[in-house]
Every structure is written in C-alpha cells, then in structure tokens.
Design a protein around this ligand. Structure first.
Ligand SMILES: C[C@H](O)[C@H](O)[C@H]1CNC2=NC(N)=NC(=O)C2=N1
Length: 298
C-alpha cells in the first residue's frame, strides 16, 4: 500500500538529494493501478484513490481548501502534481519529471523526460521544483552504478581556458620535456610517443561502473568546455585521451582537466587494480613511456 513520503513541516515531501525529485514524485507515488492518489495533508494522512482525471480535478479543487493537500495523477502520458494550501490561487507550471524507464532493472537504461503540469501556490516563497529543472539535460541527471540519480551540478570550478582562444587564452602546446615534467604528478596518465595526447586507461569492474565513470567525465568536460576522446571497449576497458584539438597538442587545459578526472570516483576491476595500482592510496608512478596495461585480465 502506498505510504505518502514523509512530509516536512511545510507539508512538502522531504527530499534529500538534489536529483531525487527527478524520480520520486513519478515512480514512488505510482498507485497500485497507476491511478491518481489524492493524498491529504499531514493532519489527515488519509488517501483516496481517484480513478480518473475528474477525480484529480476534484482533488485539485479540494487542494484550494485543505492544507498541504497533494494530488498526483500518474498516467502513461503525463503526471500532474498539485500542492495545496487553504484558499490560495494556483498557477499551472510546466515542470519535467524523469519517468522510470519501463525496463528499469538498475541498469544504466536511458531515462525519458515527461511533461508534467504543476499547480503551485501563487504566493509561494520557496516553491521547490519537483522534478528536474528543464535546464538540466537528461545526461546531467544520469544514473550511477547504484541507480541513484547523481547531482546534475558538478561542484568543480572552471579551470579550463577557452580552447578557441589559443595562445590568447594563455595556452601553449607542451614540449616533450615539459609534458614529462607535468605527468610526473599525474601517475595515472601517460603520453603518446610523439606527445600529442595524454592517455589514461584502466579496466573497470563492469559495464555499469565504466559507464558511471564516463558519465562523470562527460559532466566535468561539459562544465569545463574541454572534451576528451573517450573509448570503451570489451564492455569495461576504458581509455581517455586528452589533447587541445584547436592547438593540435597537449596544453594546460589537458593537464588541468586530467587532474579533475582523477578526482572522480571509479570502481576498478579488482584484478586490474591489484596488478596496476597495488597501493591504490598512492598509485605507483608508471614509467612515462609505458601505459598501464589496459588488456582485460584473463
Ligand atoms: C567552441 C568550443 O568551445 C570549442 O570547440 C572547444 C570544445 N571542446 C574542446 N575540447 C578539446 N579537447 N579541444 C578543443 O579545442 C575544444 N574546443
């Protein structure tokens, strides 16, 4: 039997992470028959299933009078969410909910954005956006291995200069010697023999771990406006290649972004980790010319 989410003092469902609202209102509140639940305020805490749109409208109307009434209608096409307060005018606002993919089994399935109407109090002082803010791209509300929605905002500040600015942005292509010096502090990275790319490669624990890491990389790259070449082979062999394309070689942007990528969580294949990062706390400094073996362990 559906239990309404814990309501905070203001009568709103308590949400803990920045992206949880993307899923919770749509999936967690789906009734037995996908019909609408009309959940009264915390004082009444009674539910009444409404089987159709008319029922929802009734709830919405009731929402004008009952404190903290929340009415949701989940149907295949769209979801309504009405939050009520006594005698307050409501305005419809279009927000987006991430719908749970039908084939959801905790795998990194894609998610769909569904249009949803939301009636919010006109005088709302801090109306929370239930569901992902439309400015968040789906890729920003992405799945990580425990199927939790990761936060769409990366807390990393911008460190890359505009690539198209070239030397005006203070960028210059490193010489082989300069590059070797930079890589001394990036033990997970090596350079191609002619120094035109820096490379990090590893074997992830599984496909979901590999994709979770690549999604994190994609978010940082988008925030920085500086994009690596990404390769995923044999479902878990990950390779990141960085160069500043507009300069045709490795610049400060690549080194700065490599440092950001090294801060991201990754779940390695335990065997690969034992063989290549025996002491994970302080990864070994591989010889500059040899990349850690990225061949999948037998
Ligand atoms: C206009 C846009 O910012 C530029 O094309 C950026 C995009 N991302 C980029 N990424 C990388 N690695 N090199 C670039 O020169 C580059 N240029």
């Amino acid at each position: 039997m559906f239990q309404p989410p814990a309501l905070s003092r203001g009568g709103r469902p308590r949400q803990t992470t920045c992206c949880a609202p993307c899923l919770a209102p749509v999936s967690a509140q789906r009734g037995r028959d996908g019909g609408a639940e009309c959940v009264r305020g915390w004082r009444r805490n009674r539910q009444r299933d409404t089987k159709n749109f008319g029922g929802l409208l009734l709830c919405a109307a009731a929402g004008l009078f009952y404190r903290n009434l929340t009415a949701t209608n989940q149907s295949s096409a769209f979801s309504f969410r009405v939050e009520g307060d006594r005698g307050t005018k409501y305005t419809a606002r279009r927000v987006w909910h991430l719908a749970r993919p039908q084939s959801w089994r905790g795998e990194s399935a894609g998610v769909a954005l569904q249009p949803a109407l939301r009636y919010t109090r006109k005088k709302a002082t801090s109306s929370r956006t239930i569901g992902c803010d439309p400015r968040h791209h789906v890729a920003r509300c992405r799945l990580v291995q425990d199927a939790r929605m990761a936060c769409p905002k990366s807390s990393i500040s911008k460190v890359c200069a505009p690539c198209e600015g070239g030397s005006e942005s203070g960028l210059n292509v490193y010489t082989t010697r300069e590059l070797e010096k930079e890589l001394a502090s990036l033990p997970l990275w090596t350079s191609t023999p002619n120094g035109d790319f820096i490379i990090r490669s590893f074997v992830a624990k599984n496909f979901v771990s590999a994709m979770a890491f690549l999604n994190e990389v994609a978010t940082v790259a988008e925030e920085q406006g500086h994009h690596p070449d990404l390769h995923l082979t044999q479902y878990r062999n990950v390779e990141i290649r960085l160069q500043t394309h507009s300069m045709g070689g490795v610049t400060q942007n690549d080194i700065a972004e490599a440092r950001l990528f090294d801060q991201l969580p990754v779940t390695y294949s335990p065997k690969w980790q034992r063989e290549n990062l025996p002491d994970s706390a302080t990864p070994p400094t591989p010889a500059p010319s040899t990349a850690p073996s990225s061949a999948a362990p037998s």
